[in-house]
Ligand binder design. Structure first.
Ligand code: ZN
Length: 376
């Protein structure tokens, strides 16, 4: 192999690959990888570093501030409290504010404010501050892209922040010019389509068709000078259809706890007594959800020291959704049900047989490193 082409596709699970003949024609061999807890920010960090959340510190977009580092870029948004909520919580205003915040604070990572209430910016933090494809490390853990650059290999990583069509246009032109040894491309369109329309729809199929054509084109560009190219398409999780919606506010707005509601997880910070009251409520209401014990979180690789991700963690069952939440409302498809859920598996598909060492998202980085180390 002369060149390695990796295409990272947000929300490509084994089922998405199995549903797309077009994609199977490009990458015909696939394996289901064990996924991670939380959402894409954790999954991408694990994919790039091979490390767990406890090491790289990424899981969900928002964490609680640590006592050791009480300042956060979110401090710049505290004035939002003085705006009327109808204005401060409008989607277009939020997107503009996110861009303003990123520019002001020099953040190159993914910044989104969703529906987080202004008063919560006081105690929340955003762990992702740097572009994960460009920085050499994530939370101090080296990425395989950084390692390859360190060894002097030519590396191209897609500009994830560009809109889908623009990003692919930029990618094709860069691959043509640079013919890099290692390429890391990025596709975000599938995740958006699956959230909006649910899994296994005609919309998803057409997105996968387009993706397959783009991967084939990228591979053809890299192979146009006669080089052998290995093509890998890898996801971070799949998608489950949403069949039931639970309003989390009886717990999240109790007043005796701090709460952050992601679409599938309610994370609480509070005293033993207040947490016990919240537990009792969820049990009596017979919500389709489970409280995740500290030991289980540790087994999932989630760092629990300093409780950045909550003192108590209520994980909703696969196929259900917490709405309204701090990140959005009702949608047709969702992921983030814990590493043991079916929809948390990620697809690893390739145009050649898949190495036995590749079994989980955390094992991909080691495999990439082994491939690229042969070149130097
Ligand atoms: Zn998603």
């Amino acid at each position: 192999m002369d060149r390695l082409l990796i295409v990272f596709v947000d929300a490509l699970g084994p089922e998405q690959w199995a549903s797309s003949r077009a994609l199977q024609r490009v990458v015909g061999v696939s394996r289901a990888l064990t996924g991670v807890a939380g959402f894409s920010s954790g999954a991408i960090a694990t994919l790039l570093t091979g490390q767990t959340c406890a090491n790289h510190g990424r899981l969900c977009l928002f964490s609680a501030r640590s006592k050791a580092a009480p300042r956060s870029p979110l401090d710049a948004l505290l004035w939002l409290r003085w705006l009327p909520p109808a204005l401060a919580e409008r989607g277009a205003v939020r997107r503009r504010l996110a861009r303003w915040l990123a520019e002001r604070e020099g953040l190159t990572g993914y910044v989104a404010l969703h529906r987080v209430r202004p008063q919560d910016f006081r105690w929340l933090d955003i762990p992702e501050r740097d572009d994960v494809f460009e920085s050499a490390t994530i939370g101090g853990c080296p990425t395989f892209l950084g390692d390859a650059r360190d060894r002097g290999l030519s590396v191209f990583a897609a500009r994830w922040a560009l809109a889908e069509d623009e990003r692919w246009k930029h990618t094709f032109s860069m691959l043509q010019q640079k013919k890099p040894r290692l390429s890391m491309l990025y596709a975000s369109e599938l995740d958006a389509a699956l959230h909006e329309h649910g899994p296994s729809t005609a919309v998803a199929e057409s997105v996968l068709d387009r993706l397959a054509a783009r991967v084939a084109r990228a591979r053809d560009i890299l192979a146009s000078d006669g080089a052998t190219v290995r093509t890998v398409v890898v996801g971070d999780h799949g998608m489950s259809a949403v069949r039931r919606v639970i309003d989390p506010r009886p717990i999240s707005e109790r007043g005796d706890v701090r709460a952050f509601v992601d679409s599938t997880i309610v994370r609480l910070w509070g005293t033993e007594r207040s947490l016990a009251r919240a537990r009792l409520f969820a049990e009596r209401a017979r919500w389709p959800a489970r409280w995740i014990a500290r030991e289980q979180l540790e087994a999932w690789g989630v760092g629990v020291d300093g409780a950045p991700w909550g003192d108590a963690w209520l994980q909703i069952d696969e196929g259900a959704l917490f709405a309204p939440s701090h990140v959005g409302g009702r949608v047709a498809g969702m992921h983030g049900y814990g590493p043991d859920a079916r929809s948390s598996s990620a697809c690893f598909a390739s145009d050649a047989s898949v190495d036995e060492s590749v079994v989980s998202l955390s094992s991909v980085a080691g495999w990439v490193r082994a491939q690229t180390e042969r070149w130097s």
